[in-house]
Ligand binder design. Structure first.
Ligand code: BTN
Length: 264
């Protein structure tokens, strides 16, 4: 098994602040929940990582499950003085960091699905390998007091143990046929993410280049409003999806879930 305990990770971190406070759990309910309980005492950049979650949570109250010791399951605490509108920047930055790190470690082609899924191209079909769960607290001034950035990356889940999902799931092992060492991948993701965060500018251009629904006919539902249909033309600097509707109006959509035409 590849070791992700403090003694294995801390000496190799290439970051200045991200992950420098690092805590490993062999098993936990949810790293997002555990980090949330200690927000006041912990420095920005704190990282909780586990080898198994019994109550892992996904977006939209879904469960997030992964067999023990196969994945990167982690949460980062970010105390950035950023406006609430910049929250999507963090999601874009971590998905870009993950995409770049996977492509550096494997021969896989990685795409992104709005708002926050990382996908792998397997024989022309996009499969989800990583999900991101961003939970923040915003003060009366409209700025974050903190952000908890949860990430689950399917690294070495055997194909037969992958979860059933609307977007078919995969892992790096299932996609490449080879075990991918988790430690170098973790170190690379953290280094890339720290660089993105330090720049503190919208990465929407690089993010849009990987958007797999670009030019596709989509339906965007959720957020308590009627579904919006049209062609996905890209994202704006806030990371809002730009959908050209049949009447020609370009709708910027801040939050929701995308389905492609003729797909569930
Ligand atoms: C999604 O629905 O796509 C987001 C999944 C996020 C899962 C990660 S795993 C580590 C962290 N702890 C949780 O309970 N959830 C996130």
């Amino acid at each position: 098994m590849d070791d992700l305990r403090e003694t294995a990770v801390l000496p190799h971190l290439q970051t200045k602040w991200l992950g420098q406070y690092y805590r490993y759990f062999a098993e936990i309910g949810s790293t997002n929940d555990a980090l949330k309980n200690e927000v006041a005492q912990l420095p920005s950049g704190s990282l909780f990582l586990t080898d198994f979650q019994s109550k892992g949570r996904g977006r939209l109250n879904r469960v997030w499950q992964a067999p023990p010791q196969t994945c990167l399951l982690m949460s980062l605490l970010l105390k950035l003085d950023w406006a609430v509108e910049q929250g999507q920047w963090v999601t874009m930055m971590v998905s870009l960091a993950v995409a770049e790190a996977i492509e550096a470690a494997t021969d896989l082609r990685v795409g992104l699905k709005w708002p926050n899924d990382v996908l792998i191209d397997i024989a022309g079909v996009w499969h989800k390998c990583c999900g991101i769960l961003l939970e923040g607290t915003v003060g009366e001034n409209g700025r974050f007091s903190h952000i908890i950035l949860g990430m689950g990356l399917n690294v070495n889940i055997p194909a037969e143990q992958l979860p059933e999902a609307v977007t078919p799931a995969t892992s790096l092992l299932a996609a490449t046929g080879e075990i991918v060492p988790r430690l170098p991948l973790l170190l690379d993701i953290l280094a890339r993410l720290e660089s993105w965060l330090n720049v503190a500018q919208s990465p929407y251009k690089q993010w849009q280049e990987r958007l797999v629904i670009l030019g596709e006919e989509v339906t965007v539902s959720g957020n308590g409003r009627s579904p919006i249909k049209g062609i996905a033309e890209g994202v704006n600097s806030w990371g809002h999806l730009l959908v050209r509707q049949v009447d020609g109006v370009l709708a910027p959509i801040a939050a929701g879930d995308v389905t492609l035409r003729d797909h569930s």
